[in-house]
Design a binder for this molecule. Structure first.
Ligand code: FES
Length: 379
């Protein structure tokens, strides 16, 4: 804690030291004090767009957005007062009414919670129910603050879904205009493919002068999908194929290149159904490229080779691993005896792990006796 209360903020009656430049939200999160957010994207400058993170600051004329307000010495902040809760409920109510958010918050009419759940599970068979039901930040906050969204009539859907893209479905009716996707694209990935377009109630996220993503500068890294807190941006292959609560997650390392990006495999019935970047660890902190995020269909491809093939004349035939390995070893030996070890070259793959590449290096130099080793990014 700073001397004489310097750089000390009071949150909910307790003093916390802060670094100059830190926002109220950052100090609170560092000390495990929960302040809900929607538009805030870690690593990008705050926009203060959604107002869900408002807090009461003693002496301030109005509620302050904690994500955009710097902490100040002696500042006394309250994060969950009745006034704060009322403001959040109002914001959530308006958001739920801003589009198509039929995530059962609208009709929590069943007195019995189990009956309500069953009703929702039945409705989930319909495409009308939001595809991210159960994995939506807006829905989560609506439950938390018990916002029923009955106060306002929902806004009309102005724009059709965009289904033309190879990996991403854009559903403008579910967009809450928080701007996280724009920041993810422009500030985090620096692709500058999307931005706000049109005005007022017609506001939408546009790409290349309101064209489909596939006709824009979008590289389909999917950073926007991961940043979207609602169901406005979803992976095409996952949509309506799997429900979030039916999957388990396994943390692993991407095998497409040597960067070592950390990702979470979402698995249902023994199959990988979705991939997301791991947000809490280096080196990628949630970001992935198009291959890492969407290129997982090879895992369960029926075309995948699972048995070694050896060439007999002009034909390839299935063989055992022992036979295949013997054939390779005999071939290498013959070449080395006839032409010397430098007649052999080894191409590694950027898609295998560093450890596997290291072992291949050992095989080339120590076993085969050649320094002719390189890698090819496409292998
Ligand atoms: Fe602070 Fe949206 S999270 S205004």
């Amino acid at each position: 804690m700073g001397e004489d209360g310097q750089n000390v903020i009071i949150i909910n009656g307790n003093p916390y030291a802060f670094e100059p430049g830190e926002t109220i939200l950052e100090v609170a999160r560092r000390h495990d004090i929960d302040i809900p957010t929607l538009c805030h994207l870690k690593g990008a400058p705050p926009t203060g767009a959604c107002r869900v993170c408002v807090v009461e600051v003693e002496g301030a004329a109005s509620l302050m957005a904690s994500c955009a307000t710097p902490a100040g010495s002696g500042m006394a902040v309250h994060t969950e007062t009745p006034k704060v809760v009322a403001a959040r409920r109002q914001v959530l109510d308006l958001m739920l009414a801003s589009g198509n958010h039929n995530c059962t918050i609208r009709q929590p009419d069943e007195a019995d919670w189990t009956a309500q759940q069953l009703k929702v599970m039945q409705e989930d068979q319909a495409e009308e129910l939001c595809p991210v039901w159960g994995d939506c930040r807006l829905q989560e906050l609506a439950f938390r603050y018990q916002v029923t969204a009955k106060r306002y009539d929902p806004a009309k859907t102005l724009y059709p879904q965009e289904l033309a893209n190879p990996f991403i479905v854009r559903d403008f009716s579910r967009c809450i205009r928080c701007g996280r996707c724009i920041q993810a694209c422009n500030e985090v990935q620096v692709n500058n493919a999307i931005n706000f377009g049109f005005r007022g109630a017609a506001l939408k996220i546009v790409a290349a002068g309101d064209r489909p993503l596939r006709n824009s500068d979008c590289v389909f890294c999917g950073e926007c999908v991961q940043a979207c807190p609602v169901g406005a941006l979803v992976e095409k292959d996952t949509r309506y194929r799997v429900r979030p609560w039916e999957t388990t997650r396994t943390r692993t390392t991407c095998s497409y290149c040597g960067v070592g990006c950390q990702l979470d495999l979402h698995v249902a019935d023994g199959r990988v159904v979705r991939v997301t970047g791991a947000e809490d660890v280096a080196p990628n902190y949630g970001s992935l490229c198009v291959k890492g995020r969407f290129g997982y269909d090879f895992i369960h491809s029926p075309e995948r080779l699972t048995t070694p093939l050896v060439r007999d004349g002009n034909h390839l035939r299935e063989a055992t691993w022992d036979e295949a390995l013997d054939r390779v070893a005999t071939g290498f030996k013959a070449i080395r005896e006839r032409d010397g070890a430098d007649a052999i070259g080894v191409l590694c793959s950027a898609r295998i792990t560093n450890e596997e590449n290291y072992l291949l290096n050992k095989l080339a130099r120590a076993a085969l006796g050649t320094n002719n080793i390189d890698h090819c990014a496409r292998l």
